[in-house]
Design a protein around this ligand. Structure first.
Ligand SMILES: *[C@@H]1O[C@H](CO)[C@@H](O)[C@H](O)[C@H]1NC(C)=O
Ligand SMILES: *[C@@H]1O[C@H](CO)[C@@H](O)[C@H](O)[C@H]1NC(C)=O
Ligand SMILES: *[C@@H]1O[C@H](CO)[C@@H](O)[C@H](O)[C@H]1NC(C)=O
Ligand SMILES: *[C@@H]1O[C@H](CO)[C@@H](O)[C@H](O)[C@H]1NC(C)=O
Ligand SMILES: *[C@@H]1O[C@H](CO)[C@@H](O)[C@H](O)[C@H]1NC(C)=O
Ligand SMILES: *[C@@H]1O[C@H](CO)[C@@H](O)[C@H](O)[C@H]1NC(C)=O
Ligand SMILES: *[C@@H]1O[C@H](CO)[C@@H](O)[C@H](O)[C@H]1NC(C)=O
Ligand SMILES: *[C@@H]1O[C@H](CO)[C@@H](O)[C@H](O)[C@H]1NC(C)=O
Ligand SMILES: *[C@@H]1O[C@H](CO)[C@@H](O)[C@H](O)[C@H]1NC(C)=O
Length: 550
């Protein structure tokens, strides 16, 4: 067993929140400044220096957001014993008296975001002890602009609490130990902290939402280059004033004990994960949403129960994935998947049958990967292993983004057997080779089509969208069109973007009459004609303001 000399010092951040005492501030009793409706006393932004004392005693909700309270004094809420909701957002709180909540037997929801309680966290934690009915607690810190301190997750808080928000703090680790029975948390938001490891949760938990966006987490092998992640031990050094405590934790064992069986929503985006260890996702059989956007994943293995069969949404965008592996012989392993985001990776292809296997899939984003679509042009087919991505006959697919994929000229049946409503082929130079024929299979269903910057040029004859009878939104900007596309029969068209082309005239006569029956917006700027001389377009605004291109 390797012992890791990992010393994490939980220093407490000494804040110097600027506090100017304004003369003549606020009286405590200011009933007229509070709006009183149905048991709700809304006293936000009234420049109050303390809790008003003349509100109705039966108030159930008290909102004191954005008042410069600085301290929540002992007994200052005792006049309102029926409070269920208390909101103290941005009240410059540095201190909460240990008896501040005495008698608050009904308080279920307490919001304390954007205050500076880190120095007095012990007194604060003691104050929470009287809140027996508390279910929701928001201790999130300041949003990124300001300095913020870490109040570290105080364990006594867990009793009965169902929802805990400690985002925007400086937490470096999260370890829930102690009384297992008291851990009732269903929602835990630890986003925007400095966590290095996946939180260690109790052996029995009801957690269904775990939000870990924007931390520094990875799996241990990556961080410390050990042979086996299962042998990792970390020692945490807790420094609090002159008292120092050391806690030794076997990271994998603790993780293995964590109960994640009810977890449905896991957000791991913006972290440092390079891989997911075997068995990691298998611990979460109920997982329906997994977000791994902006990590450093290089390969992903899809195996039995990994990801779990319940998964509906998987976001792997903005990683460095160059390989996806699909274990053979486990048909239907992605059977619940609806949305699969693989955008901005380094994939050249995906395993054969991946999408066909995902029988409920509606949305695929493969933009910004260098791929080619099946079937490949004659001559390339059958040479070596198939390296094209096959969307044919993925009957459930509705929305497909292939922007910037370096696609070559499409073959005629790449989308055959699908009923796509949204298709983005932008940024693939030459993808249509001047003709809408490769889209004929999906012409009847398409509603939104993006063909921005695909090199449609002057040499081609009129581009024909007749037969695209449900097309609502068409983006043809950034091409070199010299003539107006043909729309016979496309009466659903509402928005047409023709910016940055080479048009010299608008269609006249019958064509314009037909088009204007449905069209609401047409973007025409950065074309070489004089749009102010366009006639016969009635009240439609065709001379749109100059767009702002980045
Ligand atoms: C307390 O706030 C929650 C939302 O945070 C709301 O659903 C609930 O109705 C409020 N309770 C009372 C008594 O106002
Ligand atoms: C609250 O009362 C306790 C004694 O019960 C005292 O030690 C503490 O200083 C008081 N806090 C405030 C903020 O007045
Ligand atoms: C937690 O608090 C932050 C900051 O106050 C907020 O943006 C976020 O939505 C909260 N999380 C949840 C799950 O409500
Ligand atoms: C990590 O371990 C491998 C194999 O044991 C070794 O070759 C490599 O130099 C190590 N890297 C670091 C940064 O210690
Ligand atoms: C630790 O600090 C407390 C007061 O904060 C003091 O009473 C005590 O003597 C200190 N102990 C040591 C070992 O310095
Ligand atoms: C350190 O550990 C002792 C014994 O487990 C405990 O009584 C004490 O409260 C701990 N101190 C801190 C700062 O966690
Ligand atoms: C597929 O989607 C349908 C309809 O949205 C749903 O009823 C069905 O349960 C889903 N199948 C799976 C395996 O999730
Ligand atoms: C996929 O992820 C990218 C980057 O995170 C995002 O911009 C895009 O909107 C996502 N696609 C879908 C279909 O949600
Ligand atoms: C593009 O179209 C032209 C004329 O229809 C044809 O000769 C050429 O082979 C096509 N290019 C590709 C790459 O399919």
């Amino acid at each position: 067993m390797e012992l890791l000399p990992l010393w994490l010092c939980l220093g407490f951040h000494f804040l110097t929140v600027e506090w100017r005492t304004r003369s003549g501030v606020a009286t405590a009793a200011c009933q007229r400044c509070c709006k009183l409706v149905d048991g709700v006393a809304d006293c936000r932004e009234q420049n109050l220096a303390s809790v008003p004392s003349n509100l109705p005693p039966h108030s159930q909700t008290l909102i004191l957001d954005a008042n410069p309270l600085k301290t929540l004094r002992n007994h200052s809420l005792q006049l309102y014993p029926l409070l269920e909701n208390l909101s103290l957002h941005s009240c410059h709180l540095e201190r909460i008296g240990r008896d501040a909540f005495l008698g608050q037997a009904r308080l279920r929801s307490l919001a304390l975001p954007d205050n500076s309680l880190s120095e007095s966290y012990k007194e604060t934690a003691a104050a929470f002890h009287s809140l027996r009915a508390l279910r929701r607690l928001d201790l999130s810190g300041k949003l990124p602009d300001g300095r913020h301190g870490g109040p570290h997750a105080p364990e006594p808080l867990f009793t009965g609490l169902q929802s805990l928000n400690v985002s925007y703090n400086n937490l470096e680790w999260f370890l829930a130990s102690g009384d297992e029975a008291a851990f009732e948390l269903e929602m835990l938001d630890l986003s925007h902290n400095q966590l290095l490891f996946f939180p260690l949760l109790p052996q029995s938990s009801k957690l269904h939402t775990l939000l870990l966006r924007d931390n520094n987490m990875g799996f241990y092998r990556d961080l410390y280059n050990t042979s086996s992640p299962k042998e990792m031990v970390a020692q945490f050094l807790l420094v609090d004033g002159n008292i120092t405590n050391i806690t030794t934790v076997n990271l994998w064992e603790e993780f293995d004990f964590s109960d994640l069986a009810d977890l449905r929503f896991l957000d791991l985006s913006q972290n440092q994960f390079q891989y997911l260890p075997d068995g990691f996702l298998r611990k979460m059989p109920s997982l329906s949403h997994l977000n791994l956007n902006q990590n450093c994943l290089m390969t992903l293995h899809i195996r039995e129960h990994e990801p779990p069969g319940a998964l509906m949404e998987l976001d792997l965008s903005q990683n460095q994935l160059s390989e996806l592996h699909l274990a053979p012989g486990i048909p239907g392993c992605l059977r619940s998947l609806r949305s699969f985001n693989l955008s901005s990776n380094q994939l050249l292809s995906v395993p054969t049958g991946l999408f066909a296997d995902a029988s409920n899939i509606t949305t695929v984003d493969m933009s910004h990967n260098q791929i080619s679509l099946c079937p490949q042009p004659a001559g390339l087919d059958g040479v070596g292993p198939p390296s094209c991505v096959d969307f044919r006959n993925v009957a459930s697919l509705r929305s497909l983004s292939l922007e910037g994929c370096g696609l070559g000229a499409l073959q005629d049946c790449s989308f055959q057997g699908t009923a796509l409503t949204h298709l983005d082929l932008s940024g693939n130079w030459g993808v249509l080779n001047g003709s809408t024929t490769p889209l004929q299979n999906i012409a009847p269903t398409l509603q939104v089509l993006s063909l921005r910057d695909v090199g449609l040029s002057a040499s081609f004859t009129e581009l024909d969208f007749s037969g695209f009878r449900n097309l609502r939104d068409l983006d043809l900007s950034g091409n070199s069109l010299t003539s107006f596309p043909r729309f016979r029969g496309s009466l659903a068209l509402q928005t047409l973007d023709l910016r940055r082309n080479s048009l010299t005239a608008l269609p006249q006569g019958a064509m314009s009459v037909q088009l204007t029956t449905s069209l609401r917006t047409i973007y025409l700027s950065q074309n070489p004609y004089d749009c102010c001389r366009v006639e016969g377009w009635g009240p439609y605004s065709v001379c749109t303001p100059s767009p702002t291109w980045p």
